[in-house]
Structures are given as structure tokens and as C-alpha cells.
Write a protein that binds this ligand. Structure first.
Ligand SMILES: [Zn+2]
Length: 318
């Protein structure tokens, strides 16, 4: 496979910004190609949750590319779904773009991980409520003078992963908070509420720039890669997605929340489509070519070739 490199920051630039680097488009082609490979399996798994239509919607994500009057390539629209690799990369890039600089102003910022023991498929929903409520109460408690750390300020991400060997789920939080005192307060309060939580797993460490960038990535792993094989767990994934409906995956809070405009989704995905010359050049995704092809000339845009590797689809259901 061709080496495709493009930073997430440059991915953001493509969203309505200046587009000069073909690597960015190649990276998006790879994301689109991979998403289209596993989407049929997710569609089947989605039926149980009456989410098939929403999953199918991803087929049309970033299907068309138009050339604007200033020769910028602009996508027709994004599905914004959490199982879409195209949208996940754009979302991550947008979050980094928006939050990284502000987080970097904190010199003592800490990366906090809060976990509880893994749960079965039937327990995810109530566990999600339980841990979200606990964190809400801890944040509330921090405002009291007795907390000694001041009102907690920062950013949290909810994550849920699937363990195929144990066949159970791991809902947990990652957070960036302003300083060590706040981190320790959260840590102690968490262990008070969840005494069964593994003490070693409740991690506090200085938040490096790389750690904060990691935090903005997708909230569950979509593809498990072995050496020459890709594995997907459609039923487990749809179960996770169905159980996060209505929950915020990314959430700024405290003073940090007040400093920023919270609606990143809207900012990132809603692109002004002014100045597009729809007759000039238009490319459409071709699932046989795995590339965007010029509507008039049929010429491929990226000429990228993907290495075909076998997929393993886990047959389990929940
Ligand atoms: Zn998408």
C-alpha cells in the first residue's frame, strides 16, 4: 500500500479550507474505503436497534467533491456518524484545532483515567448512567470550599471498548484537568464511589500534547488490526453505539467550558458552500475504483491503490 501521511491538523484544513496536499485526499480515500468495507456488516447489526437507516446514511458520506472558485475541493456533506472513519478524523482534527491551544496554556494539566470493572452487554446502559452521574456529582462537590481544589475545569471523553476474549465491555472516562490538586480530588472521590475499581487503573499523569491529542480520537476502536488481517465486531460495536445515543462523548466543563464555544460539531461539519462552481469540476466516489472520479472525464482523482487484506467478521450477537 502507498504510504499515506497527513496530519490531523491538515485534515481540518480540508474542511472548507485551503486544499493543496493530495495526501490529505488520499488519507480520506483510505478512510472512506475502509468504512465501506465494514459498513454492510454494521447495517445488519443495526437492525436490532432500528438504526439501519442511520448506518446506511454513511454510504453517501463525502461522496462528491466539488471544486470551488478558488480551486478548493469541497465535500458535499458528512454523515457525522461515529462509525464513519471519514467523520471521526474530521471530528478529531476539529477538536484539536479548537481545544489544544487553550489546554496548552495550563502548565500543570493532568491526564486522568477513571475506570470501573468490565460489565456484560446487558449492563452497559445502567453503567453509563451510573458513571456519568458519579462524575457529575464529583464536579459539583469540587465547587465546595472543603474540596480544597476549587471548581474542576477541563475536558472529558467517554470511551467504551469491547473485550472479545472476555466478551464484555469497558466503559470509562479520560479527562484533562487544570492541575494536580483537581486530578487527585477526582481520583479519591471516584474510588470512594467505586471501591471495586482497580486502583492502579485510576491513572493520573501529566498531560503531554500527545496525550491530549489522543484524547480527541474516536471513542471506540472500529477495526482491530492483526499483522495481515482486519477484524471487526459488528454486533459489539452496534451495541456500544446504541447505548451512547443521547450521551455526549466529548464534554468540556467548569471554567474551560465558559471560555470556549462548545458546539464543535456544528463548526466542524457545517461548511459554507458559497463560491462553488458546480459545473466546473465534480468528482464522485466510485466503489469499484475506490477513488473519486471526475464526472465528465472519468479520470480518477487520487489513483490510490489499496492493499487487499482479509477481513474477519466476528459472528457473535448480543
Ligand atoms: Zn461520515
Amino acid at each position: 500500500m502507498q504510504e499515506i501521511t497527513s496530519s490531523l491538523e491538515s485534515e481540518f484544513a480540508l474542511v472548507g479550507g485551503d486544499y493543496t496536499n493530495i495526501n490529505i485526499i488520499k488519507r480520506r480515500a483510505l478512510s472512506k474505503y475502509l468504512t465501506m468495507q465494514y459498513l454492510p456488516f454494521l447495517e445488519i447489526a443495526a437492525e436490532k436497534y432500528i438504526m439501519r437507516e442511520q448506518v446506511t446514511n454513511t454510504r453517501g458520506c463525502s461522496d462528491f467533491l466539488y471544486v470551488s472558485n478558488d480551486n478548493v475541493l469541497i465535500s458535499n456533506g458528512f454523515c457525522k456518524n461515529r462509525w464513519c472513519l471519514v467523520c471521526n478524523r474530521i471530528r478529531t482534527a476539529g477538536l484539536i484545532n479548537k481545544y489544544q491551544e487553550k489546554l496548552d496554556e495550563w502548565k500543570d494539566k493532568q491526564f486522568v483515567t477513571l475506570t470501573i470493572p468490565n460489565v456484560s452487554s446487558t449492563e452497559i446502559s445502567k453503567t453509563n448512567s451510573l458513571i456519568h452521574n458519579a462524575l457529575y456529582k464529583i464536579k459539583d462537590l469540587s465547587r465546595k470550599k472543603s474540596s480544597g481544589c476549587g471548581s474542576i475545569s477541563g475536558f472529558r471523553k467517554y470511551e467504551c471498548t469491547y473485550n472479545p476474549i472476555r466478551n464484555d465491555f469497558h466503559p470509562h472516562f479520560h479527562m484533562i484537568v487544570e492541575n494536580q490538586k483537581q486530578a487527585e480530588f477526582i481520583h479519591n472521590q471516584w474510588l470512594k464511589r467505586f471501591p471495586n475499581a482497580n486502583k492502579v487503573a485510576q491513572d493520573i499523569r501529566p498531560a503531554t500534547t500527545n496525550a491530549t491529542k489522543e484524547l480527541f480520537k474516536y471513542f471506540t476502536k472500529l477495526i482491530s488490526k492483526q499483522q495481515n488481517d482486519r477484524t471487526i465486531y459488528p454486533a459489539a460495536l452496534m451495541h456500544i453505539f446504541a447505548n451512547v445515543r443521547g450521551l455526549r462523548v466529548f464534554q468540556p466543563f467548569g471554567d474551560f467550558y465558559n471560555k470556549i464555544n462548545n458546539n464543535v460539531e456544528e463548526e466542524v461539519f457545517n461548511i459554507e458552500r458559497v463560491g462553488i462552481d458546480f459545473d466546473k469540476e465534480k468528482y464522485r466516489w466510485d466503489s469499484t475504483e475506490n477513488d473519486w472520479c471526475n464526472i465528465k472525464t472519468c479520470k480518477n482523482l487520487t489513483n490510490i491503490e489499496f492493499k487487499q487484506v482479509p477481513w474477519t467478521v466476528d459472528p457473535r450477537t448480543f
